[in-house]
Structure formats: C-alpha cells, structure tokens
Design a protein around this ligand. Structure first.
Ligand code: G6P
Length: 607
C-alpha cells in the first residue's frame, strides 16, 4: 500500500503541496519517497529511500519548480526500499514519470517483452514496466492519453497510477483498478490522491474514481473515461464533510475498525501473490523432513491454523511453535532437513528472529511469511512471501491475521497438489472456495456490524468469557479470545472444545458466556456434545455457526449466522471477523482506546 498525491495548479508551485499531501498519507507507506514536477516542459524527478521528512529536506524536494507534479510515498511490495526502487519511475529517455500503488501481476512477462524490445530497466519494481509500456505505445505516434489507455489495457492486477510527461506538460493522467484514487477540484487547481485527507486542506469537493476508470486532470478540472473502450463517464463532485482526523481513518473512529473493514480488500491482495515465490516456498517445504511453523501472538494462531491446513490438505505434519519456546522445545532436533516457516507481520519480532538465528546455525532452511518488505525476516530467510495486507496501524492484528491465513492456505493447496494428495477436481474446488473468501468476508461485515453491536450491549457487563472450537476452529477461538483480552482486558479462556472438560469446565457457572466457533465440517458433530456439557452447567451459549444450522441454533442463546458453503479449512478467515468486531465494540463500550491497548506494542523487538 502506497500513497499518491498529485496536482495541477493555475499558479504557484506544487511541490510544497505534494510534501504536505504525502505527510498526510504517511500511514499508507513510509519507506521511500519521490516527486516528479514539470516546469517549462522539463521533467524533474527526485527520490530516495527513507522517511518523508528526511528525504524531502535532504534533497530539497519541497522547492522543486513547477506548478504541476506528482509524489509518492512507498510501502515496498516488489524490490527492497532503495533509491532505484522508489517511485516515480521513468521511461528510457526520462520523458515521462509514473507512480503506482498496487501490484501488477503480469509484470514479469511484460518486462521480458519490453527487454526484448530494447528497454532499459533501472529498478526491480513492477511499476517501472508501466513507464516503458507507455513509451513503447508513444512510438506509434499517438497522443499521451491514448498511449496510457492502451498500456493500461495490458495490465493485470491492482493499480492506482498517476503519470506526467513533458510531451503533454499540463496534464496528469491517472487510473484506478482496485487501489483507491480520488480526484479533488478547487478554484486553484485539480488534485489526485490515494485518499481524501491528502487534499482536504485544499478542497472538500471530490470525485472517487471507480475500478476500470481513467482520468485526465488539468488546471481547470477533470475528464473521466472507461479504460476498456474510452467511453466518457459523467460524474459530478461530492462534498466531503469529514474533519482531517476523521479523513485519515476514512471516516472510521479508529484504525482498528478501518482495518477490520478493509479485510475484503486486503484478502484480495493476498490472493495476488507472485506464483514463482509460492512455488519456491512450496518446493522448499516439500523437501523438509521436519516442518516447524514459528511465530508469536496473533501470527502464532495463524500457524496453529496452518498446521491443520497442511495436515488436512497436503498430509504433512507441521509443528506450530511459539517463537520464544522454539529453541527449548524443538531447537535440539533442528538440522539440515528441517524447514522453519516463520510467520511475522512485522518481520522484526525479537523472539522470532532469535529462533531463526538458532535454526540457521543448525543449517535449517528458514522461510518467511511477512507483511514488511525489507524487514529483518526478509533478509535472513532463504525465501519469503509478502502477504500484501497493506500497513496495519492498530496495535491488535486483524487484517494481517486473515491475510496470513490466506497465504498459508495457498501454500497448503500447492503442497497438496505437488504431493498428489488432492485430485485435480478437489484442488480446483478448494481454489474456487479460496477465491470466494473476500466476498464472504464482505457479506459478513455488512450483515453483522449492527447485530454484533447489540450483542456487545447485552454482554458488556460480563466479567469472564470462554471461547471454544474444535479442529481448525480452535485457532479461531484462540485468536478471538486474544482480541478480547488485549483490547478490553476482560479475563477469558480459549481451548479446543474437547479439552475443556479436562479443567476449564470447572470455571463454568450459571450465566458465564461461552462463545462456540462451529462451522460445518468434520468437527461439527462433536461440538454439539461440548455445547451440551456447557449448557448443563448453566453457561450462556453464543454460537458462530453456518446459517440455517438448526441444531446449533436451537442450543444457543445468541447466534452469529455465517454464509453457507465455506470450506472448514478456510473458515477461520470469515469466522474470526464478527469476533474481531465484538472485541472492538466491547473496548469502545468500556471507554478504552482499541488502537492503543495498554502495555502492548505493535512490534516487540526486545527479549
Ligand atoms: C505483538 C503485537 C501482536 C502480534 C505479535 C507478533 O505482540 O501486539 O499483534 O501478533 O507482536 O508480531 P509479528 O509482527 O511477529 O507478527
């Protein structure tokens, strides 16, 4: 996820506005920054890796000349955070500059085609191909906007882009497909940005570009066309009534709620991984004699879920281990045949990095799943996958958890196919279900937002909660309980349901709320017995189950009904969502700040 800001002014310099706009988008990315401005037909580009303030001051970017230009704050997805990979990217001759937010899936094949035509690439990014594609189209002696449109039609993946060129120096050309882009108009000029807050100091009159749309901006306004066939789209301006602070969170009161609601988008991002990296990790996992899944906190819960995925789909035993326990628990058995798959949102968790050091010392193969390009994990792992969730600001992990599950499920499926453990049809069916998950999450969010709020009202005075699930749902229960505990500080327990009779049941008395996670699947029939055991002791039963599951509904005091047809192995992704909302609203109801729970840090880089 990156930040884009651009503008064409009637008079005055654009660079101070780009600086200010990007500062307001810093939450979207912060590892590199770059500006391109045009004055008297000459394109000037400055960029480097580093925080916005440092780079802008060092390169004096806020005094770059020109009344029009674009700027970008990067959050790396392809290529490390280095100067060459920072945006804007230019064509071979430096006549045009492109900034981009998103992931171009077919960039490898396009790059090869362009290399064969003699184009000269400077970076390792997917974005740079866009500049060269446009350059190539311009050789056909067509107008810049036509060349951009033709290039866009060749892109697969997600993008918000902005292009400037000295061949048409009064215009910014921009487009959107699944990455946000908004246009704003004031008396002084026209702007584009990834998000409203960047332009709110200059205007509150905006128009949101939709997927598959292209826009031309000049100092007097904008024109929107469809990328597919160039048809002009008429859409007027809307007035934004948000304050600046509200706008940074896109109108949500907290980053956590914004991030919970972003999950359909972040999950779609996690379905767009580069296949060659997935293949590499799958091959290395396949070679392992012992497989360990290592992580801390929420990421550990993703590892527990992954151990079920690997076993159920690929018939592989993978041991989930808490990073801080790994060396004691399994360290002595790690050797050259061991594969250690480390899952870490930040890629910087101290305990996880210590476990990696140990594994590497013993010649184990270290692999990574992380959300942070350039993190320590990406430097020390033999191979890694970036989960593509976009930056997460709320301390409690939400969208990064569901994305981790999405990545791990894809790995499990590939392993299953590689090992011949699923038939072609079974594999295709699972893949189909995987692709539906973002829509299911979207439906869950819109269906349950208000209902979960009403449940919070009902249960806000409770002093203890218990979460139970069987099979892979025990990981959902553990994660739901962690959210509740860390955000609202209410004592709570989570167990695999079958284990609850070996101790936790002693805590149950009249009125204790027990939340059961019970999707359809192989564990569904066993959970009924656990519900009966709890009911018999006076527990109040809240179930998250499939809609129309009459038996579970009949046994429950309150029910969160989930859409039908979700594969059990994938169920933790949608099933955790209403429980994230429950923890969020409970914290808010108690007057706590869900973005900054006490005593906790987003990234724990100390022992
Ligand atoms: C901290 C955060 C958690 C996170 C854990 C592991 O405790 O508060 O949200 O799950 O660290 O972080 P990692 O970056 O390694 O996933």
């Amino acid at each position: 996820m990156c930040g884009i800001f651009g503008g064409v002014l009637k008079t005055g310099e654009i660079s101070p506005l780009i600086y200010d706009g990007l500062k307001r988008l810093e939450y979207r990315g912060y590892d590199s920054v770059g500006f391109a401005t045009i004055q008297d037909g000459a394109l000037q580009v400055k960029k480097d890796a580093g925080r916005i303030d440092d780079v802008v001051q060092r390169l004096k970017m806020d005094s770059m000349p020109g009344s029009m230009g674009i700027g970008h704050t990067r959050w790396a997805t392809h290529g490390a955070p280095e100067m060459v990979n920072a945006h804007p990217h230019t064509d071979c001759d430096g006549n045009l500059a492109v900034i981009h937010n998103g992931v171009i899936e077919n960039f490898m094949e396009l790059k090869e085609e362009l290399l064969n035509k003699g184009h000269n690439f400077k970076s390792r990014t997917d974005t740079e191909i866009i500049a060269h594609l446009i350059e190539e189209e311009l050789k056909g002696d067509i107008a810049l906007d036509e060349a951009v449109l033709k290039s866009l039609r060749r892109l697969e993946g997600s993008y918000a882009i902005a292009v400037v060129s000295n061949s048409d120096p009064g215009k910014i050309l921009c487009a959107r497909n699944e990455s946000p882009l908004v246009i704003g108009v004031s008396e002084k000029g026209t702007y584009c940005a990834s998000d409203v807050p960047a332009m709110l100091p200059y205007t509150n009159k905006v128009v949101y570009l939709r997927n598959g749309e292209f826009a031309t901006l000049d100092q007097d306004g904008y024109e929107i066309k469809l990328v597919s066939d160039g048809t002009v789209v008429e859409r007027g301006l809307e007035e934004v009534t948000w304050s600046l602070e509200m706008a940074e969170k896109q109108g949500y009161p907290h980053f956590m709620l914004k991030e919970i609601n972003e999950q359909p988008t972040s999950l779609r991002g996690s379905l767009r991984l580069q296949p060659q990296y997935l293949d590499l990790l799958t091959t290395l996992l396949d070679r392992g004699r012992d497989i360990f899944l290592i992580a801390a906190g929420t990421s550990y819960h993703a590892c527990i879920a992954a151990s079920y995925m690997f076993s159920r789909l690929a018939r592989i035993t993978a041991f989930p281990a808490i990073s801080s326990e790994f060396i004691e628990q399994y360290g002595s058995s790690v050797g050259v045949d061991s594969v250690i798959l480390c899952v870490s949102q930040s890629g910087e968790t101290y305990d996880t990095l210590k476990a990696i050091d140990h594994a590497r010392m013993r010649a184990g193969t270290v692999l990574g799943v992380t959300n942070s390009v350039g993190s320590t994990l990406t430097r020390v792992a033999r191979a890694y996958i970036i989960q593509q969730s976009g930056p997460e600001i709320g301390v409690a992990a939400t969208k990064t958890f569901t994305s981790q599950l999405m990545v791990l499920a894809q790995l499990a499926l590939r392993l299953a196919r590689m090992r011949g453990k699923v038939s072609q049809d079974e594999g295709d069916d699972f893949r189909e279900k995987l692709l539906q998950v973002p829509d299911v999450v979207e439906e869950t969010l819109s269906r349950h937002r208000d209902y979960v709020k009403s449940l919070v009202e009902k249960y806000s005075g409770e002093r203890l909660f218990v979460f139970l699930g069987r099979g892979i749902s025990s990981s959902t229960a553990l994660e739901a309980r962690l959210k509740l505990l860390e955000l609202s500080y209410v004592p709570s327990l989570a167990y695999p349901a079958g284990e609850s009779k070996h101790g936790p049941i002693s805590i149950i008395e009249e009125g204790v709320p027990v939340i059961f996670v019970c999707p359809r699947g192989e564990t569904r029939k066993d959970i009924v017995g656990s519900i009966m055991e709890m009911k018999a002791r006076g527990a109040v039963i809240i179930s998250v189950c499939e809609e129309g599951d009459r038996e579970i509904i009949g046994l429950s005091d309150d029910v969160i009904e989930m859409p039908k047809g979700i594969h059990e192995i994938l169920s933790p992704i949608p099933y955790v969502v209403p429980l994230q909302l429950f923890s969020y609203y409970l914290a808010v109801r108690k007057g706590l700040d869900p973005d900054k729970p006490r005593n906790l840090a987003k990234s724990v880089t100390v022992p």
